[in-house]
Ligand binder design. Structure first.
Ligand SMILES: Cc1cc2nc3c(=O)[nH]c(=O)nc-3n(C[C@H](O)[C@H](O)[C@H](O)COP(=O)(O)OP(=O)(O)OC[C@H]3O[C@@H](n4cnc5c(N)ncnc54)[C@H](O)[C@@H]3O)c2cc1C
Length: 475
């Protein structure tokens, strides 16, 4: 039987709630008692059974319940809603999609690729709309994203990216090239040579959003069975440690934890992303740093970093780089996590030396999900009634919303603008068996840090990054 993590092992509900609060800054400050409730109690028959109460499962339930209040919908969640990546992420509700427009166009056509991109942009506003409509105070601020260029090669890549965007008809209003002063006006980091800016991102408190959504779906009659782990998913049935759900439709929404389900070991690999959060910074420090509109921020390095200014004036800063665990384990060992957190702190202080002595109050990490071709997908097999969504890599906060609306249409059998988007029904090939998978994924992660170092030393576009590009999704 699979449980995502024994991290929250205590059986006493309040001790368990405290353990959940320690999962991330976001759950710690979600303004929620985090008491897991409504564990499944025996067998039930429903219309739609969903496995996993992260954003994918919750958005799907939300839109289905809104469209068809008569449907019996149940979600089973091994821990507590928001325990996975949805309660741990960097809080970028962005229009980013893990596949580039060129990749999408290769699989479909140019128009379809652009429709996917437009749907992602609209989804950012849809997240904001639903939060307001449901009275969820998710501390949203649509301040866009600034991507700093801090080396000559990063600047060249920024120029290329903007030139490429123009070939897709994406104008200045979608992606603007910034000179050094313009980029520094967003974020006064060290060594800024220029950058890009897109308005298509909102900073969000994901803990408040995910816990707000669980309340919203429960108010609409959806049963969210927390502390209920699925042990097997088969057509029209979800077997759990507390009973079996029988349903016309079964939706898998387990993302980075998918490998724990029998038959799914090679669908999606979990890769860890790690995050640190500072204490709230004083106003004078913010005057020097910027991020006045709570722009989310990154720079042009290969091994991804991401940051946001929270509503309570902290910096939340994350990045990839922790090793992948053999056998797709979602547990990160303490020494790898500590090393990754130290490296993140060094990177952050390298960008913003004023933060050197600021206290780091929270350190955490989580597993995101990567399909073999780095292509997110959503779909439903009409014959078996089995549906899924995932493979979002690091771009799931908004994409899950699009997935939820798409799964609504697929379950209801409606052919809509959403169900004809190119990611619908896409099937990624499976990952290699171990140990090839472990060797490959970790070689890719190492290559990205090598590539950044190589560029710092040579001042040229990295050979390592180019060689590894096919393994890392090619973009
Ligand atoms: C550290 C980190 C930073 C990130 N930053 C960003 C960001 O800034 N912007 C962005 O867009 N994306 C980001 N992402 C990605 C984004 O968070 C995810 O893509 C998104 O939250 C996935 O949502 P989900 O519901 O599909 O999966 P999850 O939120 O992982 O939910 C899956 C749920 O399924 C449950 N589960 C698993 N197995 C079972 C089982 N057998 N039975 C019952 N329940 C089960 C888990 O407990 C979990 O609650 C980040 C991810 C991480 C880890």
């Amino acid at each position: 039987m699979h449980r995502p993590s024994p991290q929250a092992a205590p059986t006493d509900p309040s001790a368990r709630a405290r353990a959940y609060a320690s999962v991330s800054l976001w759950l710690d400050t979600a303004d929620d008692d985090l008491v897991a409730t409504d564990a499944l109690d025996g067998d039930r028959e429903v219309d739609v059974a969903i496995v996993g109460a992260g954003f994918t499962g919750l958005w799907t339930a939300y839109y289905l319940a809104a469209a068809r209040p008569d449907l019996r919908i149940a979600i089973v969640e091994a821990e507590i809603a928001g325990f996975g990546a949805s309660g741990r992420n960097g809080g970028w509700a962005s229009a980013l999609f893990p596949s580039s427009l060129a990749t999408l166009a290769r699989g479909a056509d140019r128009d379809a690729a652009l429709r996917q991109h437009a749907a992602m942009r609209a989804s950012v506003d849809e997240v904001i709309r639903v939060a307001a409509a449901e009275g969820i105070d998710a501390r949203l601020a649509k301040g866009g994203t600034v991507t700093l260029a801090r080396t000559a090669t990063q600047l060249a890549r920024a120029r290329d990216e903007v030139a490429e965007a123009r070939t897709w008809g994406r104008g200045e209003d979608e992606l603007a090239l910034l000179d050094a002063d313009q980029a520094r006006a967003h974020l006064a980091a060290e060594g800024v040579l220029g950058g890009t800016y897109t308005p298509d991102c909102a900073a969000v408190h994901p803990g408040r959003l995910v816990r707000g959504l669980v309340r919203a779906v429960r108010e609409r009659g959806v049963r969210v069975h927390e502390l209920t782990a699925a042990t097997r998913i088969v057509p029209h049935r979800v077997e759990t440690d507390r009973g079996t759900l029988t349903a016309a439709h079964v939706i898998r929404a387990t993302e980075g934890y998918t490998a724990g389900l029998p038959g799914h070991a090679r669908d999606v690999v979990p890769v860890h992303s790690l995050i640190i959060a500072t204490a709230p910074l004083p106003a004078a420090m913010w005057d020097a740093i910027g991020l006045r509109r709570r722009e989310t921020f990154t720079d042009g390095r290969h091994l991804i970093i991401y940051g946001q200014r929270t509503a309570d004036d902290r910096i939340v800063f994350g990045g990839r780089g922790a090793p992948y665990r053999l056998g797709s384990s979602t547990r990160l060992d303490a020494s790898s996590a500590a090393a990754a957190h130290r490296a993140l702190h060094e990177t952050l202080v390298g960008m913003l030396p004023v933060l050197r002595d600021v206290e780091i109050t929270h350190r955490w990490g989580g597993a995101l999900g990567i399909a073999r071709d780095w292509h997110a997908s959503v779909g439903l097999d009409p014959v078996t009634g089995l549906g899924w969504a995932g493979g979002y890599v690091g771009d799931g906060v908004t994409t899950t919303n699009l997935a939820g609306r798409t799964l609504r249409d697929l379950v209801l059998g409606d052919a809509t603008d959403l169900t004809s988007l190119p990611w619908v029904g896409h099937r990624s090939r499976r990952w290699e068996p171990e140990p090839v998978r472990w060797l490959g994924v970790n070689a890719g992660l190492r290559a990205m840090s090598v590539a950044d170092a190589e560029e710092r030393i040579t001042g040229r576009d990295s050979v390592a990054a180019r060689v590894m590009a096919p393994f890392m999704g090619g973009h």
